[in-house]
Ligand binder design. Structure first.
Ligand code: 13P
Length: 343
């Protein structure tokens, strides 16, 4: 495909979302990236939160963190370029250690992944011996290596139910843990609130951790009330990293791909999306007839680090290579593969 064809394809999708002069500039970048991708036998995975021009031009696969993990495990390409945050790229490396995994940003962190260390998990396991540990996939490899099974927002309840036990440690997202505890009919405690004075005779059911997503914690019930006052027929969709109060006040909650599907498969006069706001633009681009209300003061600074310019540099200069030490990877892969097996 030529630069002109790349531009025309992007214009057909994004003409109602991205100004034309920006599309022309980005089409040139996308063209170069797609050429290099072929030359280097690379696959590009793009998370649903990528900005529209990137999302609709260079990824071979787009999706949520579970879907992209599956793609990373299946690929026969030599290089995986992960357009998402570092912990997601690490998951790709854990699953495909023989591939070169590139993250087009030096850091692209995550407040959830930063909220807990492998030592924290070891201490929790010492405090609650024998209790299985479920970790949200937004954690680093050394934390995954200490856990029994990973989950994403789209399969968290199924993962919990698959364990078929009375008590689990669920880390590090406080809100996701509370939402899943409610969904699976369990109550939750936070050992960090008890000064270590936990009574092991109690039926704890869910043992949580106080990590939070710095994007989703910003949404409030008041935001929803205000929007409903102005647009009484709005459908409110919340990612389960939002607080339980926000999820409760919403009409639907789920992982990013299920939020996209909800909009595609329903016919509401307006939608309010309580998650990273680029995804709203991506939905509008694919569904121009849908009215997505904007709350675009809320962007993920880490996902935002991934740009077309840096993705081009990633392929040109083979940067930034994701490495996971083999002893950690060998342990972490078990919890990631158990997660992938659960739909
Ligand atoms: P999904 O697994 O729903 O794509 O969510 C990933 C994420 O990082 C949400 O903030």
């Amino acid at each position: 495909m030529s630069v002109e064809e790349t531009y025309q394809q992007m214009k057909a999708k994004l003409g109602n979302v991205v100004p034309d002069f920006e599309l022309q500039y980005k089409a040139e970048l996308a063209y170069e990236i797609n050429q290099l991708k072929k030359e280097k036998n690379a696959v590009i995975l793009g998370h649903n939160y990528m900005e529209p021009a990137l999302f609709y031009s260079i990824p071979d696969f787009t999706g949520d963190s579970l879907g992209l993990s599956r793609r990373a495990a299946e690929t026969d390409k030599d290089i995986i370029v992960f357009c998402g945050v570092r912990c997601m790229a690490e998951t790709a490396k854990i699953l495909s250690p023989e591939k070169t995994v590139l993250l087009p940003a030096k850091v692209a962190g995550c407040s959830l992944a930063a909220s807990i260390t492998a030592e924290d998990v070891r201490q929790l396991k010492a405090q609650f011996p024998g209790v299985p540990v479920v970790t949200y996939v937004n954690t680093y490899a050394d934390v995954k290596a200490e856990c029994d099974i990973c989950c994403t927002s789209s399969n968290a309840a199924a993962v919990v139910e698959s364990l078929n036990v009375d008590t689990i440690i669920f880390i590090p997202d406080e809100y996701l843990a509370k939402n899943v505890a409610r969904e699976t009919g369990k109550h939750i405690i936070f050992p960090t609130d008890t000064n270590g004075q936990t009574d092991t005779e109690l039926d704890y059911q869910f043992i949580g951790w106080h990590g939070k997503c710095e994007v989703h914690e910003k949404f409030t019930v008041e935001d929803i009330v205000n929007v409903r006052r102005q647009f009484p027929d709005v459908a409110v969709l919340a990612h389960p990293e939002c607080s339980p109060e926000v999820v409760e006040a919403s009409d639907f909650s789920g992982g990013t791909t299920s939020l996209v599907k909800f909009v595609e498969q329903t016919d509401k006069p307006h939608y309010l999306l309580l998650t990273e706001c680029s995804m709203g633009d991506n939905i509008v681009a694919a569904n121009p007839d849908k009215d997505m209300l904007r709350l675009c003061t809320v962007r993920c600074p880490h996902m935002n680090e991934i740009t077309l310019e840096d993705t081009l540099n990633a392929l040109k200069y083979n940067q930034y290579v994701i490495e996971v030490p083999e002893d950690i990877r060998a342990k972490a892969v078990q919890s990631v593969e158990r997660m992938i097996a659960i739909g």
